[in-house]
Design a protein around this ligand. Sequence first.
Ligand SMILES: NC(=O)c1ccc[n+]([C@@H]2O[C@H](COP(=O)([O-])OP(=O)(O)OC[C@H]3O[C@@H](n4cnc5c(N)ncnc54)[C@H](O)[C@@H]3O)[C@@H](O)[C@H]2O)c1
Length: 270
Amino acid sequence: MGQFDGKVVYITGIARGQGRNHAVRFAREGASIVGLDIAGPIIDHATYPPATREDLDETIRLVEEAGGKIIARQGDTRDLAFQQQLVADAVEQFGRLDHVIANAGVLTWGSVWELSEEQFGDVVDINLVGSWKTLKATVPAMLEAGNGGSITIISSVAGLKPMPFQASYSASKAGLIGLAQSAAKELGQHRIRVNSVHPYAVNTPMGVADTEAHRLFGIPWVGPHFASMLDYHPVASLDEISDAVLYLASDSAKGITGAEFQIDMGHSKV
Ligand SMILES: NC(=O)c1ccc[n+]([C@@H]2O[C@H](COP(=O)([O-])OP(=O)(O)OC[C@H]3O[C@@H](n4cnc5c(N)ncnc54)[C@H](O)[C@@H]3O)[C@@H](O)[C@H]2O)c1
């Protein structure tokens, strides 16, 4: 028997990285998965490689191998109508929607005054506005089902402790705290809990394959801003983040809402 038998989980950004791992972990626990990913180039100012259609197909294969059913589509969280159609089709097929993981996000680098309009606007539009569209598309179906549930929004430690050269990213991730906490207050009465998760570095292409990050960390005054308390553990594994995400969706976390859940090696307090 799985911890999420019969439940339906909606996850954005599932082609690879954290989103894929959450999908596989929920599927192993008996959940059906609904997901989307652009699965292609997103922003022309990215300094790490984009996900591909093959990545998305691999997620589908892994979820099915784990025994889960999955509806996965190539699409953009910024497209509200696309997300609403995906939710409608998922509810028709699976009959309910229980948990939402707003995970899709992008990162770009530059000083406040040198960021281009695209570097600021794209990142806020994807990380913050796109996540709001995920909630706007999914919450009505959760209310309609009347089963309660949970929403977990993947922010970043940068949402708690903004970093140099990450103004657009930090602003978008701080904004997600506002989104999560407003939603938590509105949805508590419907037995829907809403929390944000704040990782430090995670072992994904965004976390470890960003050429601009490696260049900037080499500048002497920049490095100390990114210090943590656990030097021996600089990068979290995918399962460390999934452990937290599954916990927050589980009944064990029934008293947790409006929380900022840190997996940040103490970085936000340094
Ligand atoms: N990797 C890290 O070090 C780290 C640290 C803190 C927070 N985060 C956050 O964790 C989340 C997951 O990132 P990851 O580390 O797995 O990165 P990743 O780049 O490996 O995966 C992100 C996935 O989201 C997809 N995506 C991005 N924008 C999208 C959009 N508008 N619509 C649909 N799909 C979209 C991408 O195609 C990609 O498959 C992000 O919100 C990120 O900001 C990551």
